[in-house]
Design a protein around this ligand. Structure first.
Ligand SMILES: [Zn+2]
Length: 168
């Protein structure tokens, strides 16, 4: 396994709830299981097992192999976990988060923010403050320049942490 069990189960839970976790556990116990095997092992209905497997398949957490049953001539599908792809999934998630943080960081760096001091009013950008002649667009009180150094530093720290994790 390239990812911890805990990580694997939490992804399964996000995608498929408690039943999702049960299905992943069953696949972990027995690779190359059929839908019927998993249903028997987890006591989850066959249709629900199938739905969960397709969901995991769409996120590349599981893969399937197809055989033709020599006696009946029907196709049999066997499912197995793809831990390397679970890793790729996490990597992809981190990249998405990184992109969001970088966009936010750039926004914070490029803008000056203003606030009236009233806790229920949102902060405004310099552009908005110019339009209202430095009055709060919500309550009309005078606006003051907000210091966003802490936010910028926090975002910079997060961005470098995630970058390090992605390069590890
Ligand atoms: Zn205000």
């Amino acid at each position: 396994m390239t990812v911890s069990e805990e990580t694997l189960y939490s992804i399964a839970n996000v995608l498929g709830g408690e039943q999702g976790v049960e299905v992943i556990k069953a696949l972990k116990d027995k690779q190359d299981s059929t839908v019927e095997d998993i249903s028997t092992a987890t006591k989850i209905q066959i249709n629900d097992v199938r739905k969960l497997l397709y969901k995991f398949y769409n996120h590349s957490l599981v893969t399937s192999k197809r055989f033709r049953d020599k006696e009946t001539g029907w196709f049999i599908f066997q499912w197995r976990l793809q831990p390397e792809l679970v890793e790729a999934y996490i990597h992809g998630m981190k990249q998405k988060i990184l992109k969001k943080l970088e966009t936010r960081l750039e926004f914070e760096r490029l803008h000056e923010f203003y606030h009236c001091g009233n806790p229920t009013c949102p902060k405004t950008t310099f552009e908005v403050a110019m339009e209202t002649v430095f009055r709060c667009p919500t309550c009309g009180e005078p606006l003051h320049r907000l210091d966003n150094v802490e936010i910028v530093e926090f975002l910079e720290k997060k961005v470098s942490e995630i970058k390090e994790e992605l390069e590890a």
